[in-house]
Design a protein around this ligand. Sequence first.
Ligand code: SF4
Ligand code: SF4
Ligand code: SF4
Ligand code: FES
Length: 1008
Amino acid sequence: MTLIDHDLGTPAPRGASRDAHLPEVSLTIDGESVVVPEGTSVMRAAAIAGVDVPKLCATDKLDPFGSCRLCLVEIDGRKGTPASCTTPVAPGMSVTTQSPKLERLRRGVMELYISDHPLDCLTCAANGDCELQDMAGAVGLRDVRYGYEGDNHLSLTKDTSNPYFTFDSSKCIVCSRCVRACEEVQGTFALTIEGRGFGSRVAAGANGNFFDSPCVSCGACVQVCPTATLTENTVIELGQPRREVLTTCAYCGVGCSFKAEMQGEQVVRMTPYKDGGANEGHSCVKGRFAWGYASHPDRQLSPMIRESNTDEWKKVSWEEAIAYSAKKLKEIQATHGQNSIGGITSSRCTNEEVFAVQKMIRGAFGNNNVDTCARVCHSPTGFGLKNAFGTSAGTQDFKSVEYADVILLIGANPTDAHPVFASRMKKRLRAGAKLIVVDPRQIDLVRTPHVEASHFLQLRPGTNVAVINSLAHVIVTEGLLDEAFVSERCEPVEFSVWREFISRPENSPEQMEAHTGVPAAEVRAAARLYATGGNGAIYYGLGVTEHSQGSTMVMGMANLAMATGNLGRDGVGVNPLRGQNNVQGSCDMGSFPHELAGYRHVSDDATREMFQQLWGATIQDEPGLRIPNMLDAALDGTFRAIFVQGEDIAQSDPNTVHVQSALKAMDLVIVQDLFVNETAKLAHVFLPGTSFLEKDGTFTNAERRINRVRPAMRPQTGKHEWEAVCDLAEAMGFAMRWNTSSEIMDEIAKLTPTFAGVSFDHLDRVGSVQWPCNEANPIGTPIMHRDRFVRGLGKFTPTPYVPTEERSTRKFPLLLTTGRILSQYNVGAQTRRTKNVKWHPEDILEIHPADAEERGVREGEEVTISSRVGATVLRAHITDRVAPGVVYTTFHHPVSGANVVTTENSDWATNCPEYKVTAVQVSPGRSASTVELDHPEHRLGALVRMANQIARQWAADSSADAVSATVYHLENFWEHDMRVDLARAVDTGSVTVDDLVIEAVRRLTVHA
Ligand code: SF4
Ligand code: SF4
Ligand code: SF4
Ligand code: FES
């Protein structure tokens, strides 16, 4: 496909909504007629007519500035030579872009620039990609009359503080493009022009270098710089790229489109693609610069096997690894039954790779024991939105935020976790939209340059539902409902039940304040703003879903949006900010144990029949095991083998000690990944995976946008991941073969109504599409539920607030909540292998000054953080971003293992873990209690956890069967791998067997 790079000089004029067409204006440019929307600049109109007016300070990525005076034109009937970039078109206008006078003026401008510019074009990194060089050619500059001897800036030193780009001020023409990009596109305001006249220079922050400034390394300034002043270090090292491949970032759920600019199979740079639907030419530090992990020496390129997970790895051929895996899997099934094995798909992989793995599990393994990492992040989104609206996905595209008047941001930190979308949101906020932030921690958006939240509801962790209910309570009891929308679009009976529920005094902000800690008056004001401020849009993240009431909260937000009529058009909606690049896609592809592709239940005979016909396999009609069930069953001894596709569950899942114990208890762990990560350290088979630069397929982002991932190089492992999966399925006796990944998408389209119109050819033609994409919506569906909900009428559901079981106690008086930081990504497997570590070399614990003082914790010192399941050591940062009683950390570094302390609590509907609330204690230094837990370490916690689980089962069903099942669990529990851990724990003197049994029995007794 052809990549569109033509810079039209100024952006397109913006209408009141994207459906509203601006009136058209007709004019002539150099005698040619052109018709453009009202508000278009003369420069842009000329470019559309095929006439590129010389320019330096203008680019269509930024608002016109009018500083360089190179783009002068003549307009019939007007005096002088106006700048075409800042002059709007007018009806009947007649423009001349070339004349002897204009040529003379432009040459004069260029002469001035060149007289203060190093004449080292031949050795300059930008040679061949420099607009200054191009413009000198375009205006026919042949001589510089002023010479090069006068005052100049040629001896200014370079700023190399940023690990990814260099600032060479001696080449700067002070066009302000970089400053404007940092303000307009990124919204960080890190750059200024210091000084006046000849002395004016670009400066980064107060300290004068990029690294120490507020710069977030998004690269927007580098991209717009028309000279070599701001240049990627890789371009300086390697030279200009020679070919480009359009692909998609493999980090977060924004799904930015990039041109991979290559020399052979070497990436020279990743440039955000202007026509990328999700990013429109913008990027963040991860997608733009942090791609070096793909060729990091740690990457494993050969298959490996070993009998025991304590043996040394043996590198083997693909054939041997596949044959070994298939034989073992079949043996395990022969001994322990068909359902004794399963697998996990990855939200990091393409739709096609995910589809292949779930097909292998359903077809070759013969069961539904498939789950995905969405289990631990956005599974409540799928559940809650499907219940309310009929579809398991967000309602809007990203562009919709440009039309929002009030943004309700809940449990999300977009400037760190979804940076490119955050920039779009900030732009809208700077233009006047209002912001309400609901978060236990003061995220950047609460107050950042030129953005300030109207309301910051700093709730206690775990009380989201209390807040959403009290917001809805105000809206209902103060008569702020959109009655017309509700009566036309929603189920009437469910609505009246909900209305009665939400009106109860127990849901009022005043009564909820005791739980949430948010002043009632603030909640009332925020509710009024959301309900009456125009288009109200909800955006939310894992701070909503990763709770024991995650699904309840998603339904609560859906209730709020329906009650106020904020659905079905631009600027509104309920929008999950998805964590991983393809978490939407992995869910769409049938990765859940109860659903086939397109969210159709496995018990649905017609759906199953369709798959069975095409696959020639029998699909079980009962849901299989979820990830937590697989892990528990592994410890029970009933689940013996797992295929883990690109996911480090031993680090990313909660209570990692439990996960590791479960993995150790299995007879066979197969990991398909780039690196020998924490999970692979416990594996028996390692199948090397491909990086996004080698993949051929699609990712589906948070706005349901299906983006192509095109290979920039061959698989460095010799095989696409889906090919290895096909090989394994066939070695197990199940016929599964495609020739290309586009054939996989064809099969997906055949079996999945929302993907019916999708094919690689179609995506190559139209760029990207948002599902549903089918005959009715051939170019996709940016906004869902326009005239009716997918389920017909919207469904209100009462959402009673149930406090989490995880609450602060005398022993664990603080509440820990977790999140991400901009420069790192998830478990850090990729970003830790890039220069991004310069920004975030370790996880940090944020603690309020009052809590720090009470504990004698000092800034920058190590502290022990312990919960009832484990303990770890982090460095403290004292800050009032967190409220007293709350501490916060990230989980990007395995060495700190923040998830060692997170517990087994999970969402009632989906088992999504409650990462966001853990009762903890913090004490200075590496305390004695941690030393006690070190090594057999957090296993003590795992043992207690098991007892807890038994107690729950007992409490749920106290029949004789349950009693014997409990005894069985207990026996297995002691018999299994845990016995070894127990022995170690006992050896260290940290616990006795009796203590553990007493604890288990005590809990059983309490619950029974
Ligand atoms: S650094 Fe580049 S973009 Fe910024 S003012 Fe200088 S030449 Fe223009
Ligand atoms: S890299 Fe981004 S944040 Fe940093 S100065 Fe440039 S535009 Fe601003
Ligand atoms: S915002 Fe997300 S998708 Fe875009 S470049 Fe950054 S990490 Fe990649
Ligand atoms: S491009 Fe118009 S003034 Fe610089």
